[in-house]
Design a protein around this ligand. Structure first.
Ligand code: GRF
Length: 192
């Protein structure tokens, strides 16, 4: 059977900072015939990011950038252009991108956030959801805009908070859903 060469897929860069489990699920999805994207570049701000190992395993080019350095975003943009990147997926990426950067890739940056936005933007979402006595939390994939965690929502998945849940158990349950939601959201973006 003829193998998909991936030549006509949308060239995608994934930005990570940590474990990279969402990166892994997106890479797996990208290998499917139905996937509109190919993962061609992994960008991290953290040399110790575990997710970088997946890049190695799947032979995907990776670049680490020191965000403390001046003009680093210009260098990243150059790298993205050099690799003909047309979609950016932020997946557990902990740095805030500038308006300049976001405008340079307008409508082409997605993010996953571990809450039911617009609730609980920012950090410590699970703890805050529990302290707020929420019955449900979940995850959201959205377009990135200049306001933190505020861009147009693409898809959300609700997850029930049980009485016994703590931030750790809730994070675990939500992460499982994140791995399914991100690929679905990518499919949705390209069917719009
Ligand atoms: C995920 O919960 C994501 O929503 C949040 O950070 C976590 C990253 O997990 N922004 P991983 O690095 O993809 O495993």
């Amino acid at each position: 059977m003829a193998q998909s060469t991936g030549l006509n897929k949308v060239r995608t860069a994934i930005f990570i900072s940590g474990k990279g489990s969402n990166l892994k699920s997106i890479i797996k999805f990208s290998k499917l015939k139905k996937s509109p994207i190919s993962v061609n570049l992994i960008i991290s701000d953290n040399t110790k990011s575990k997710g970088l190992e997946y890049g190695k395993a799947f032979k995907i080019k990776k670049k680490i950038f020191n965000f403390k350095k001046k003009c680093i975003e210009k260098k990243i943009i150059n790298e993205l252009k050099k690799n003909k990147i047309n979609l950016i997926c932020l997946a557990g990426f902990m740095k805030i991108l500038s308006n300049f950067f976001i405008k340079s890739f307008k409508g082409k940056i997605l993010n996953i956030h571990p809450s039911l936005l617009p609730k609980f933007k920012g950090l410590n979402t699970h703890q805050r959801a529990i302290e707020n006595n929420e019955k449900y939390s979940g995850c959201t994939v959205h377009f990135v805009s200049s306001k933190l965690d505020s861009g147009k929502i693409i898809l959300q998945k609700k997850v029930k908070i049980n009485k016994k849940d703590n931030a750790k158990t809730l994070a675990k349950k939500i992460l499982i859903q994140e791995h399914k939601l991100y690929p679905r959201a990518i499919l949705k973006v390209f069917s719009l």
